[in-house]
Write a protein that binds this ligand. Structure first.
Ligand code: NAD
Length: 258
């Protein structure tokens, strides 16, 4: 597939991207396909969007396998991982991107049910998918890239605290798995997006938040899904980042400098 930037060691790799029917995940599916990787395109309810992206990739000569699963259910995610590995005959990388704020709820008003929903989709999903993926990844080594958030480092904004905390959990999982899986030559890293304009923000942004962030971050704008792609490609490529594991790359226009 044509691409202006070619990263040779990504060609032929089989990569599962969760939550790839929209936003950052959709941009990643297109970008990895453009590197001639085989793309496992996971989706939940967005079947039409997922099929449209898959069609686009196939039309351009790429390889794609669609797989449906609720990220909050461990057994569904494990089955999704195994299905993609079986379709392509291998698995070289897992990108844990599916996630949601579910709703803005203040800590004072939070129910256990809300806590469970947030933690299941953002935290449990990463543990379950990664656990299932390791069996396949350890054959030849590979990578896991998790998606955390600026909110993991800042504590979040009004009502997004538990979401930010679930992403902080993912940041800690990233380090722990990097420690455990290094012996298999599996690198585990994370990308922490700042404010990226996607359906996520259409749904969850506070009134005026996009404008406020755009006016105040050093780069004076909000981010796009395409702004995030380079960090994932870099962390996927052993040629570019083969001695990097357990790290988080912040893609936030300078909003927070940890
Ligand atoms: P998005 O809403 O477009 O994408 C989220 C994806 O997760 C969707 O494809 C959705 O189907 C999937 N998903 C949600 N719940 C699911 C479930 N129960 N089962 C399976 N899939 C599910 O938003 P996005 O901004 O592209 O988000 C991608 C990731 O980036 C998420 O983990 C999000 O938390 C994170 N993030 C986004 C921003 C931002 O500003 N947009 C900032 C920091 C982190």
């Amino acid at each position: 597939m044509p691409s202006t930037l070619t990263i040779p060691d990504l060609a032929g790799k089989a990569v599962l991207i969760t939550g790839a029917s929209s936003g950052i995940g959709a941009a990643l599916a297109r970008a990895f396909a453009a590197q001639d990787a085989s793309v496992g395109l996971h989706y939940h309810s967005g079947v039409e969007a997922a099929q449209a992206i898959a069609g686009e990739i196939e039309e351009a000569g790429g390889r794609v396998a669609l797989v449906q699963a609720n990220a909050a259910k461990s057994e569904e995610m494990a089955a999704a991982v195994d299905s993609v590995a079986q379709t392509f005959g291998r698995l070289d990388g897992l990108i844990n991107n599916a996630g949601s704020m579910i709703a803005r709820v203040l800590y004072e008003e939070m129910t256990d049910a809300h806590y469970d929903r947030v933690m299941d989709v953002n935290a449990r999903s990463v543990v379950a998918a990664s656990r299932a993926a390791v069996t396949h990844l350890k054959r030849d080594g590979g990578f896991i890239i998790n998606t955390t958030s600026v909110a993991a480092r800042s504590g979040g904004t009004a009502g997004s605290g538990i979401y930010g905390s679930s992403k902080a959990f993912v940041a800690a999982v990233t380090k722990g798995m990097a420690l455990e899986f290094g012996k298999y030559n599996i690198r585990v890293n994370a990308v922490a997006p700042g404010l990226i304009t996607t359906p996520f923000q259409d749904r969850f942004a506070l009134a005026g938040q996009l404008e406020q962030v755009a006016a105040s971050v050093p780069l004076r704008r909000t981010g796009t899904p395409e702004d995030c792609v380079g960090a994932y490609l870099f962390l996927a490529s052993a040629m570019l980042s083969g001695y990097i594991t357990g790290q988080t790359v912040d893609v936030n226009g300078g909003q927070l400098m940890p």
